[in-house]
Every structure is written in C-alpha cells, then in structure tokens.
Design a protein around this ligand. Structure first.
Ligand SMILES: N[C@@H](CCC(=O)NCCCC(=O)O)C(=O)O
Length: 270
C-alpha cells in the first residue's frame, strides 16, 4: 500500500502546472521563468513545478503520485500562459484550427486539476492559456482564432517586436465594479498587455466576468462563489509585475489567499 507523504514547509507552497515542450525528439516539462519569479516573489510562496501527469512517449501515468491527496497539501495552484492552445474537443468542437499548437499532456493535467482545486477550495490563479483552461474546465467555449472575427481588435503581439514591445500595455480593460480586480486596484479601468490569438466565446459555469476589452472580449474571470480565490486573466501580470499596480496587487492578493490556507492547515494539524 502507498503511504501518504506529508511535507511540512515553512512557507506556503504553490504548484505550477508544466507545459510539455518538444526539443528534437524528446519531451521536456517546463514553465516560463517569469511566472516562477512572480509566484515566488510577488505571491511570496515556494513555487513547485508539477509535471504533466498523463502517460506519454517516455512516461507512465503519474496520476498515482499526483492525486487529490497530493494536491490538497498545496496552498495554491497556478496555471501559467503558454504558446499552446487547449484542444477544442474539450469544449465540444471537433475541428482544430491550430492542430500544430496543442499540448495534450498539459490539457490532461490542467483541466482536472482546475476542477479539483475549485471543489476543494484551493486558491487558484490562471494566466492567458491558464484563464482559457479555467473557462473550458468549467464548461465554457473558446474562439479558436479571434483574428478571423472582424468585431475583435488585434489581440496578438507583434512577432517582430522586441520583448519589451511585445509585453507593453496594448489596450484598456474595464473592470467589473463589484469584482475582485476592481477591489484590489481601487479603480475600474486599466491598461494591459495582449499576447493571445484565442479568447472566451461562452462563459463557463460558476464563473463571472471580471474585465472586458474595448471590443467586448472577456479579459478576466473569477469564481462567482466569493468564498475562495479563483481568478483568471487573459493578459500577463507576471511580466515585470512590480512595475504595475494591478499586477503586483494581484500577486499579493493571491499570496494572501494562499497564506490564509497555509495558516488554517497548520492550525488544524497542531
Ligand atoms: N495560446 C493561447 C494562449 C496564449 C498564451 O498563453 N500566451 C503565452 C505566450 C508566452 C508567455 O508569455 O508565456 C492563445 O494564443 O490564445
């Protein structure tokens, strides 16, 4: 029988789900560095990278290790951005317009983990692809190519721009006056960066709109049960988060939510 391993960390721990990236013929599990930085220093938590669990070319399924018992020991979970797209069959569309950009293993990790985190009350923050996953996990649909729709402004970055140019503020968002983001910012408009080709088409169950772009596209969402921290943003708050009030406040608010869970867990086990 497998024994339950309990680790007592001195600080809150946030699990970050990995992408699976192919280098040559081999798969590597990884997370963009700027996300790890913002979780560690912006949310003040130990970042732990969670490998994708579904079986693959060189991997027997890891679900026996990364199960509900494991995830319940985390203080928070973070779903970072990625150039890959959620496979559309997860939201009821069989034909993919971007078949070259999928990451089946990440889908197979993120989507069940989002549902588990919400069910178990584990604080959750999701960025860009992560926000799209949050919507899909809750039964929502995505536009596969926003740029095929005339009603939307250009939400993609200029691929020829420098990194600073690509992550520079690109358009305004209007924050819902009674939402989590407006509350932590103390204002209802903000300028955000924009580096995505997909976007929310229909909203998932149990979610509410936190922010919209000038073209009406949903730019941020949250759980409509205020008892737990569940937030997803389409932009990239992790980019130079210290220099932007909404970004730094968002990571601090996530940090406060996970710290609260950390303290409650420690009190229970005393
Ligand atoms: N592929 C999706 C999601 C976009 C996204 O998450 N981009 C991240 C880019 C790299 C990074 O900064 O981590 C879409 O195009 O909508």
């Amino acid at each position: 029988m497998r024994r339950k391993v309990k680790v007592n960390f001195k600080k809150p721990v946030i699990g970050i789900v990995c992408d699976v990236i192919k280098y040559g013929l081999n798969g590597f599990h990884g997370v963009g560095e700027k996300y790890i930085n913002a979780i560690a220093h912006g949310a003040n938590a130990i970042p732990i990278l969670i490998p994708a669990q579904p079986e693959a070319q060189d991997l027997e399924s890891l679900s026996v290790f990364f199960d509900a018992d494991f995830f319940e020991q985390l203080d928070g979970v973070f779903f970072p951005g990625s150039p890959s797209n959620v496979e559309p069959h997860h939201y009821g569309t069989e034909t993919s317009k971007t078949p070259e950009s999928h990451d089946k293993q990440r889908d197979g990790s993120s989507l069940p983990l989002i549902k588990l985190a919400i069910e178990k009350g584990i604080p959750l923050l999701a960025v860009c692809r992560g926000m799209q996953e949050l919507n899909v996990a809750m039964g929502g649909e995505l536009h596969q190519c926003l740029f095929h729709h005339e009603e939307f402004i250009e939400h993609r970055e200029n691929k020829n721009g420098t990194r600073d140019e690509q992550y520079a503020p690109a358009h305004d968002v209007t924050l819902s006056p009674d939402g989590v983001l407006a509350n932590i910012l103390g204002a209802t408009t903000h300028k955000v960066n924009s580096l995505h080709g997909q976007g929310i088409k229909t909203l998932g169950n149990g979610l509410k709109v936190e922010a919209t772009a000038p073209d009406g596209l949903v730019e941020a969402i949250s759980g409509n049960d205020n008892s737990n921290f569940v937030v997803g943003v389409q932009w990239h708050p992790e980019w130079q988060y210290q220099q932007d009030k909404l970004s730094s406040s968002l990571f601090s608010a996530f940090g406060e939510a996970i710290n609260q869970r950390f303290k409650e867990k420690n009190n229970k086990s005393m």
